[in-house]
Design a protein around this ligand. Structure first.
Ligand code: HEM
Length: 426
């Protein structure tokens, strides 16, 4: 008897999500989801059920859909599930009422207040400071604590990690003598993936106490920084409570920190694995051009960007995405990394093309929560890559790619370490 099942092409089995193998290379699993189950119900490692949206068109729709709320109060599992979606304990909870967790009209009011500080023109004023920091860190890569020359370093800890934390501290107005505390708290949060308990909760608590105290100090003695600007705005009739100001400072740190670490880390790793395109980029930078550097940073974001999944959204009513009905109260996670490899939107989506022009990726999100810090992220990434490739032109991977470990967090995608070798400058 003929075997009828053999004649129909079998659907490959569904991939297992959220394992270590998946973290090392999630893209084949995302390709399967896009093709076979584009709006996919899954149970996350935390035990929460959620819908994963993986196609580009569906992702854009979901990111801009006002029926999907950012307010965790809409979660159908109620208060019990709130810890699982990342509220780090009661004491830190105030800090969580920030831009990424609120809807209009509060979101509109708060975003308008802070957006003045993030115009491309304001951010461009930061370029010399970012360049100075970048250069100082590259000096540091080539010297050990005793002052001896070295030719190997961990690019994550010695470069990608400190650059954004010091940059954001400067932007906020955290005095230099306090910035190392921030570095420690942020380090704790990044190492433990923002989980709700233990050291992370303690770090959030310390950061909150510090931010509230800093707000008091800036009220008495304002400077030309973002926190002083927020206080001034609130003193001039704009409604901004002290907790909202602290939550704003917190989200700027939190959203602007690990993302940039991973943009630099994933970006350098990708370049080291594509020597021909890296050489072209290096030659273009040496000629003083900026075009290829600019498209390269966008392509690195699309190809292996730092934010794998956009943050939580909850259906305030039942709705349909990509033909799939989502029930009221159900959580939706938009998989930016999958949408940015969608062949219906990008030519050769799995191929790195640093010169790609038609590249409207969703690495910075879309809609009203579109990344506020995108101009700063671009500035930092362009400065970091251009300076690294210029000053350490023979930068190379000093580890077997199979030995590199990715962080296991849900939202972010980044390497734990990136060992590199180079010839130190004379
Ligand atoms: C929002 C990505 C850097 C501040 C977002 C979102 C994404 C994103 C995808 C939207 C999340 C969602 O809709 O759920 C990135 C990437 C960065 C980066 C890939 C690369 C390095 C920064 C920096 C800052 C920043 C440097 C600030 C210093 C913010 C803020 C929001 C946000 C405040 C919330 C905006 C809102 O809700 O209105 N970012 N980000 N980001 N980002 Fe970024």
């Amino acid at each position: 008897m003929p075997d009828e099942t053999a004649a129909t092409p079998a659907t490959p089995p569904a991939p297992t999500l959220f394992t270590w193998e998946f973290a090392a290379d999630p893209y084949p699993a995302y390709a399967w989801l896009r093709e076979h189950s584009p709006v996919h119900r899954t149970t996350l490692p935390s035990g929460v059920d959620a819908w994963l949206v993986t196609r580009y068109a569906d992702a854009r729709q979901a990111l801009a859909d006002a029926r999907l709320s950012k307010n965790r109060g809409h979660h159908s599992e109620g208060a019990n599930a709130k810890n699982k979606v990342g509220i780090p304990g009661e004491r830190g909870a105030d800090l969580m009422t920030h831009l990424l967790n609120i809807d209009p009209p509060d979101h509109t009011r708060l975003r308008r207040l802070v957006s003045k500080a993030f115009t491309p023109r304001r951010i461009a004023e930061f370029a010399p400071r970012v360049q100075e920091l970048t250069d100082r860190l590259i000096d540091g890569l080539q010297m050990d604590e005793a002052g001896a020359v070295k030719s190997e370093a961990d690019l994550i800890h010695e470069f990608a990690f400190p650059l954004p934390i010091y940059t954001i501290c400067d932007l906020l107005g955290v005095p230099p003598e306090d910035q190392d505390d921030f570095r420690d708290w942020a380090g704790m949060m990044i190492r433990h993936g923002g989980g709700p308990r233990g050291g992370v909760a303690r770090s959030v608590k310390k950061m909150r106490a510090y931010l509230l105290e800093l707000i008091h100090r800036k009220r008495a003695d304002p400077g030309d920084d973002l926190i002083s600007g927020l206080i001034k705005a609130s003193d001039h009739g704009e409604h901004l409570s002290e907790n909202e100001a602290a939550a704003m400072a917190f989200i700027l740190l939190f959203a602007g920190f690990e993302t940039t670490v991973n943009l630099i880390g994933n970006g350098v790793y990708t370049l080291l694995r594509h020597p021909e395109q890296r050489a072209q980029l290096q030659a273009s930078i040496a000629r003083g051009e900026t075009d290829l550097l600019e498209t390269a940073v966008e392509e690195l974001l699309r190809y292996d960007g730092p934010v794998e999944l956009a943050t939580w959204r909850f259906a305030t009513q039942s709705l349909t995405i990509g033909g799939q009905r989502i029930g009221e109260g159900e959580p939706v996670l938009v998989v930016l990394a999958a949408a940015d490899r969608d062949p219906d939107r990008f030519d050769g989506p799995d191929t790195l093309d640093l010169a790609r022009r038609d590249n409207q990726h969703v690495g910075y999100g879309h809609g009203i929560h579109y990344c506020l810090g995108a101009p700063l992220a671009r500035l930092e990434a362009q400065s970091a890559l251009a300076t690294l490739l210029t000053r350490l032109p023979d930068l190379r991977l000093a580890a077997d790619p199979d030995d590199l470990r990715w962080r296991g967090g849900l939202i972010m995608r980044g390497l734990r370490t990136l060992p590199v070798g180079f010839t130190p400058e004379a």
